[in-house]
Design a protein around this ligand. Structure first.
Ligand SMILES: C[S@@+](CC[C@H](N)C(=O)[O-])C[C@H]1O[C@@H](n2cnc3c(N)ncnc32)[C@H](O)[C@@H]1O
Length: 229
């Protein structure tokens, strides 16, 4: 089945104004204060013992990390999801798989990200994040969020960031943010277009399978962290 067309637009002038306003006010340290008294899980140290590290943000029930970890023994896969049902089910599935390069945390990813060392990840994936459609919730989208620039910092040189969505506007805003947000440095856009998955069974995540089964077009952006010579 050929991929369904997927145009990724440039945000309109109002969206650009809103994005720039959010970036100018972004203060990550102040944002993170809300977790300062929370008990958060430790990052699994065994994750860092592998040659390569891959983080799946909002991994849902873990379909991607379960499949990918079986295919690549040299890469440690860590999925993080905070959802009550999906996060719990992901942990059960990971425990059942009992694979040394497969890790899961049932928690909010935002306060966990600053715990990774800079340049410690080869791959970051964000499959089908909540698009937070209502304008009053736009601050929760990745492109507006104070933590977005940290994703670039956490990638190793040559590392890849992938984000998918069924919402073209969402990817348009994300691509704009990577290109224009001042703190967002060193990411080169290597792909922007429809997902390159042929069949629903080959869907990388539960949402991708569901979208493909129901004929919903989906898009993907890929970025590569530049290698400075
Ligand atoms: C639309 S679902 C997609 C799940 C999965 N990536 C997939 O494609 O099947 C979005 C997921 O992101 C998770 N999520 C949203 N915000 C999160 C956060 N701050 N920390 C961890 N997980 C988050 C939700 O719990 C939900 O499981």
């Amino acid at each position: 089945m050929p991929p369904l067309p997927f145009e990724i637009p440039t945000p309109d002038a109002d969206s650009i104004r809103q994005l720039e306003k959010a970036w100018s006010r972004a203060d990550l340290a102040r944002y993170l204060v809300r977790w300062q008294n929370s008990r958060l899980p430790e990052l699994p140290q065994a994750f860092f013992a592998f040659p390569r590290q891959a983080l799946d943000i909002g991994c849902g029930m873990g379909r991607y990390i379960l499949t990918a970890s079986a295919a690549r023994a040299d890469t440690a896969y860590l999925g993080i999801d905070k959802g009550g049902f999906r996060g719990g089910s992901m942990i059960d599935r990971i425990e059942q798989a009992a694979r040394p390069n497969l890790f899961g945390l049932h928690t909010n990813v935002i306060p966990m990200l600053p715990r990774f060392a800079p340049a410690s990840l080869d791959e970051i994936t964000i499959f089908y994040p909540n698009p937070w459609w209502p304008p009053k919730h736009r601050q929760k989208r990745w492109s507006y969020h104070p933590i977005l620039p940290l994703l670039a910092t956490l990638l190793k040189p040559g590392g890849c960031l992938t984000i998918t969505s069924n919402e073209a506007f969402y990817l348009g805003e994300f691509r704009y943010a990577v290109a224009h947000r001042p703190a967002m440095i060193g990411l080169e856009n290597t792909y922007a277009g429809p997902i390159e998955i042929e069949t629903a069974e080959a869907g990388r995540t539960h949402f991708e399978v569901k979208f493909m089964e129901t004929g919903v077009p989906c898009g993907e952006l890929r970025f590569r962290k530049q290698v400075l010579s």
